[in-house]
Design a protein around this ligand. Structure first.
Ligand SMILES: [Zn+2]
Length: 436
């Protein structure tokens, strides 16, 4: 049996373990920066396999994290995680929203292969309808309002499967394996802080998965590359004004209602860009304190997107200008806080072709006729890919295909778990091919 055949066999045998692991992560879903339990389980698993593990400040640069919830929520979720079986000695190292873990397998001289698996859930109330399989089979999220509705429970599981296989064949590997279990991918908050810690600076090859719906008649298990995910920036915006009596002395107030409304209409009126697609959205706006009071505080949650990082910067700059000028127009001030961001990304065709060859010739897995798929949304894996490409490495973001019960971010989301073992083969097989 050659090494690829051993990888196939190991992944097949591992399937029940993969399903159990995925269902455990699903049941105890944890939203971004709250992944204490998930992190602790992954860390122990990697530690037991002989990986060097990085945790806490070694994973995310503390000040570069975006959209971190307030301390009281971090503390409450930490206690919740401990009650739900987080492993204390590992969870402790992830305290205060320093979640995520990196496992490094040192196998002598050779290239460094990094893989990224995101681990966070969404703020979604999972369906409790009797025909929703997690409900039927007892692994619906017990954390109301948190749900793995994007399948990152599966991604984390695939990462552990890959970790186990590579540890088992480490004597045949030449180089370094870095497995990055990333927190807070949703709302694109976590990846940049990992990049800023220098984790990607020595990486020669970089791979990451995302589950994608597989048409019923599609045999392929993977689309080996992707392109065009939208660059994006998310902001929390606070307008400050001055309240006054609406009847008695409106001229003495500084009206944030007018400032915010002016901003909303003008953000949607930003001219299009000839270079490509743009998006803007004002998702929430809350302002004012009473009917007869000139409003003095307003809070907005907004986001912008662009087909490339450059186009996104154009929309960002225009938006900043509008916010500042809309505030000034009405004698108000504005605070703008960046709470999430991602750049655009493109897979390297050399690595895409290598994945195709390994899958088709060595692993006997069908690959999509398309080398790449367009990304509809945004993904902060782009920061990691861009850094690897900057330092001369190759990167690809792959679509691992599976039948899904509902689209991502839907409360009835679920997926066909047989894809777990196939994805493990794709990632472990490609890593072996690079490090053999
Ligand atoms: Zn996702």
């Amino acid at each position: 049996m050659n090494m690829y055949e051993q990888i196939i066999k190991a992944a097949e045998e591992m399937q029940p373990e993969l399903v159990a692991c995925r269902r455990d992560f699903h049941k105890y879903a944890e939203k971004g920066w709250f992944e204490y339990r998930t992190t602790s389980i992954i860390a122990k698993f990697l530690d037991d396999l002989g990986y060097e593990i990085l945790m806490g400040d070694q994973v995310c640069k503390r000040d570069a994290r975006m959209g971190v919830p307030p301390q009281n929520e971090l503390d409450a979720q930490y206690q919740r995680a401990l009650k739900q079986g987080a492993i204390p000695q590992y969870a402790e190292r992830a305290k205060d929203g320093m979640t995520g873990v990196i496992g490094i397998l040192h196998c002598g001289k050779g290239p460094t292969v990094a893989m990224r698996f995101d681990i966070d859930a969404l703020g979604v109330f999972e369906s409790d309808e009797p025909d929703h399989r997690p409900m039927q089979e007892g692994f619906r999220s017990v954390n109301e309002g948190f749900m793995h509705a994007c399948g990152h429970d599966g991604h984390a599981t695939i990462g552990l499967g890959v970790a186990k296989i590579l540890a088992g064949i480490r004597a045949s590997l030449h180089g370094t394996v870095k497995l990055i279990f990333q927190p807070a991918e949703e709302s694109v908050r976590g990846a940049k802080s990992i990049v800023e810690n220098g984790i990607l600076d020595d990486v020669d090859y970089f791979l990451g998965p995302h589950n994608t719906d597989k048409p019923l008649d599609e045999p392929a298990v993977v689309i080996p590359g992707s392109y065009g995910s939208l660059a994006t920036a998310k902001y929390d915006v606070n307008f400050h004004g001055l309240s006054a009596h609406a009847g008695g002395s409106p001229e003495l107030g500084h009206n944030v209602m007018l400032a915010a409304a002016t901003a909303v209409l003008n953000i949607y009126a930003i001219p299009r860009h000839s270079g490509g697609m743009t998006r803007v959205n004002v998702g929430t706006l809350k302002a004012g304190s009473g009917r007869n009071v000139i409003a003095d505080e307003a809070v907005m949650e907004i986001e912008v997107r662009g087909e490339t990082t450059e186009i996104n910067n154009y929309v960002m700059d225009y938006t900043m200008n509008i916010l500042k000028n809309a505030a000034q127009m009405h004698g108000c001030t504005v605070d703008i806080k960046l709470v999430g961001a991602a750049s655009s990304q493109t897979s390297d065709m050399g690595l895409v072709k290598r994945v195709r060859r390994v899958c088709e010739e060595e692993l006997h897995l069908p690959v999509s006729a398309n080398d790449t798929a367009r990304n509809a949304g945004s993904e902060d894996i782009s920061y990691m890919m861009n850094r690897v490409q900057e330092v001369g490495g190759q990167a690809t973001f792959m679509r691992t295909l599976t039948h899904r019960a509902a689209p991502g971010h839907n409360r009835r989301y679920d997926f066909d778990e047989t894809y777990l073992k196939q994805a493990v083969k794709v990632f472990a097989g490609t890593a072996y091919d690079i490090l053999k």
